[in-house]
Unconditional design. Structure first.
Length: 196
């Protein structure tokens, strides 16, 4: 006749711990095997931020990196010209090549009291990003919305001041600019009603 002795506590704890480790290891193997492998994107899609490109503002080239550019305002000057991505972005295929492009607002601050607002576009080409010339909207305006109209017209809505009002007055007059990008010259044409 076999006599069973009750197991001692340390043996039970060791068996429970071994069982727990075995279950955990099996679960980990199952999870890691079920995760799909990373798919490499085609090189034409792997880019930096779409907004990172070189733009022309008032005849000067500005290159954004991570949505920002800081340059000296003059040789041996401590003052900086800061150009940054503001937003109000719309995306569309502006040049008909099947890739998604963008139009948005940049601000530029040269160290004085003014903050200048520009509309720019960037084309996502096979060779990389290609920035446009900036279309000047105004100084210390209040951008509202940017929309895509028919025929890839960019509609920029913002508030400005009445003629003759000083910059201490908050912008209160609604304005809209209808802009179309000429993808050859990379300049915006103002197609707003009554535009000269």
């Amino acid at each position: 006749m076999v006599c069973w002795r009750p197991m001692k506590k340390p043996v039970i704890i060791l068996l429970a711990l071994a069982t727990f480790i075995l279950i955990f290891a099996s679960l980990a193997i199952y999870v890691f095997r079920s995760v799909p492998e990373k798919v490499a994107l085609p090189k034409s899609i792997v880019t930096t931020r779409l907004t990172d490109a070189t733009y022309v503002l008032d005849g000067k080239s500005v290159t954004l990196k991570n949505g920002l550019s800081e340059t000296s305002s003059a040789t041996d000057s401590a003052e900086k010209v800061t150009t940054r991505y503001f937003g109000n972005e719309v995306r569309a295929d502006l040049d008909g090549d099947g890739r998604e492009d963008a139009a948005f607002i940049l601000t530029q601050d040269a160290g004085g009291s003014g903050t200048f607002f520009y509309v720019v576009a960037v084309l996502n080409t096979a060779a990389g990003t290609r920035g446009s010339q900036g279309f000047f909207l105004g100084d210390r305006i209040a951008p509202q919305t940017t929309e895509l109209g028919q025929g890839n017209v960019i509609i920029v809505n913002y508030a400005d001041r009445k003629p003759g009002e000083g910059f201490t007055i908050s912008p209160s007059v609604g304005q809209s600019r209808w802009l179309k990008l000429d993808t050859q010259t990379m300049q915006f044409q103002d197609v707003s009603l009554g535009a000269h």
